[in-house]
Design a protein around this ligand. Structure first.
Ligand code: ADP
Length: 461
């Protein structure tokens, strides 16, 4: 069958029922957005999630497989069958699981359904970090120094590449994600071993041995731009987020806007992201991730899906990003221009994880007591309730605590208060750790880099 031109792939296509191919807080969040748009919802679950509260509020609720994600939330055939049985016209993949799986997006569209996300070819281009880097370089987006090609096998050639970039370098898997498949090489004597180990890891974890090399930036911040695009050549960016508070390359706290970066520095980068979206015919929502060091931005990757931290941009921009994403999939024309985007105040998000606050080991079990904070400028995105069983099978994220206030200092104070007002018993959570982080002076001053949290944790031991 000839390929449909990208620009008209979804134009004029409508649906009235959305199957939510995910679980947890994001399933609840997507369901709410669908309801507000007047759409019917189909929730799915694994055996471990049979009691999920968003199941009882959805129009249909189907168990699609056993607890293991591979046999349920990652089972493409089971999800497509559930869509067929329930008459769903579209599938929202949420984040994680199949959200950045180009083959799944393709299978959904081939089944005559709408994938709520970009085209399979956009996902494939951006899912391979090397082709993403190449596309971004071509669009004039600044990238981390290093070639936009896969590392050759020949030892002399890789040594030459490393010398050209200059140590320290970082070896990264082209198909990597979730903070895995990366290795820093401080000096030349560790180069070959690092490449061999990362290649093996990449082959096992991501099914592709393809690696690339770039400069390891020593004290960058992680800054990202949220974009939203329609299928008619319109795109805007909704401001920026700072996600530098990371543990093991995983985000713990996010904020919007990124503090202390002048508008005239960040503006051209946001505009370059918009141009890149137009150039690749991107549809829906997406995030351009950058490292920011010494006043310069370096692209690292694009996420072609909704992100965990989207609420900090929602509360500052006033736009419902999930609804915008669904409307883009419906073929609607974006109903705002860049001039309409104004970000107000400051927002923080804390990821509340079911894990030990000292060892970070996951904690499963029944929530015996739950009090969630309330008040002006406080939002909680969650699916948990008293009596809910936190399963050991999935990610430990159980809630997101989001605050919004006129200034960063006020937002920090509001977060301290909101964390103090959160009571979760029966399982361990990272709340004590988050509370002490929000009392830290350097964090309060802002502009801490991606290594700060790890150093801070070492000092506390
Ligand atoms: P993933 O897809 O696994 O999230 P990313 O490429 O987005 O991987 O990188 C995740 C994190 O790893 C970044 O936020 C940053 O902390 C660190 N990182 C990635 N590339 C570099 C680099 N070139 N220099 C320094 N740190 C890096």
């Amino acid at each position: 069958m000839p390929e449909m031109p990208e620009q008209s792939a979804t134009a004029g296509r409508r649906f009235d029922t959305v199957l939510i191919a995910n679980r947890g807080e994001i399933a609840a969040r997507i369901e709410r957005a669908c309801r507000e748009l007047g759409l019917k919802t189909v929730a799915i679950c694994s055996e471990a999630d049979r009691d999920a509260p968003y199941g009882s509020t959805a129009d249909s609720f189907l168990c699609i497989g056993p607890s293991s994600a591979a046999r349920s939330y990652l089972n493409q055939d089971a999800i497509l069958l559930a869509a067929r049985l329930t008459g769903a016209g579209a599938i929202h993949p949420g984040y994680g699981f199949l959200s950045e799986n180009a083959a799944f997006a393709d299978a959904v569209e081939k089944a005559g359904l709408i994938f709520i996300g970009p085209s399979a070819s956009s996902i494939a281009t951006m899912g391979d970090k090397i082709s993403a880097k190449r596309a971004m370089m071509a669009a004039g987006v600044p990238c981390v120094p290093g070639p936009d090609t896969s590392l050759p096998d020949d030892p002399t050639s890789v040594e030459r590449i490393a010398l050209e970039i200059g140590y320290p370098v970082i070896i990264k898997a082209a198909g990597g994600g979730g903070g895995r498949g990366m290795r820093v090489v401080p000096k030349s004597d560790q180069l070959h071993e690092a490449i061999a180990l990362t290649r093996e890891e990449a082959r096992k974890a991501f099914g592709s041995p393809s690696l690339y090399m770039e400069k390891f930036l020593q004290h960058p911040r992680h800054i990202e731009m949220q974009v939203v695009c329609d299928d008619h050549g319109n795109a805007v960016w909704l401001g920026h987020r700072d996600c530098s508070m990371q543990r093991r390359h995983q985000k713990v706290v996010e904020e919007a806007p990124a503090p202390g970066i002048a508008a005239d520095i960040i503006q051209p980068v946001g505009e370059a992201c918009v141009q890149a979206c137009l150039q690749i015919g991107y549809r829906g929502v997406g995030t351009f991730e950058f490292l920011y060091e010494d006043g310069a931005f370096y692209f690292i990757e694009m996420n072609t899906r909704l992100q965990v931290e989207h609420p900090v941009t929602e509360v500052t921009s006033g736009l419902d990003i999930v609804q915008a994403q669904i409307e883009a999939a419906q073929g609607h024309v974006l109903n705002l221009t860049q001039g309409d985007v104004t970000c107000k105040g400051h927002s923080f998000e804390c990821r509340i994880n079911a894990e030990d606050p000292d060892t970070f080991l996951p904690s499963a079990g029944v929530i015996t007591h739950l009090v969630l904070p309330q008040g002006p400028g406080i939002r909680v995105d969650t699916h948990i309730h008293t009596g809910y069983t936190v399963s050991p099978y999935y990610d430990s994220l159980i809630a997101k605590l989001i605050v919004h206030a006129p200034t960063r200092a006020e937002a920090m104070a509001r977060m301290c208060d909101a964390l103090a007002g959160t009571e979760i018993e029966g399982i361990a959570t990272n709340i004590p750790f988050l509370r002490s982080l929000f009392e830290d002076h350097a964090f309060a001053r802002g502009e801490t880099d991606i290594h700060y949290l790890e150093h801070w944790l070492k000092l506390r031991r």
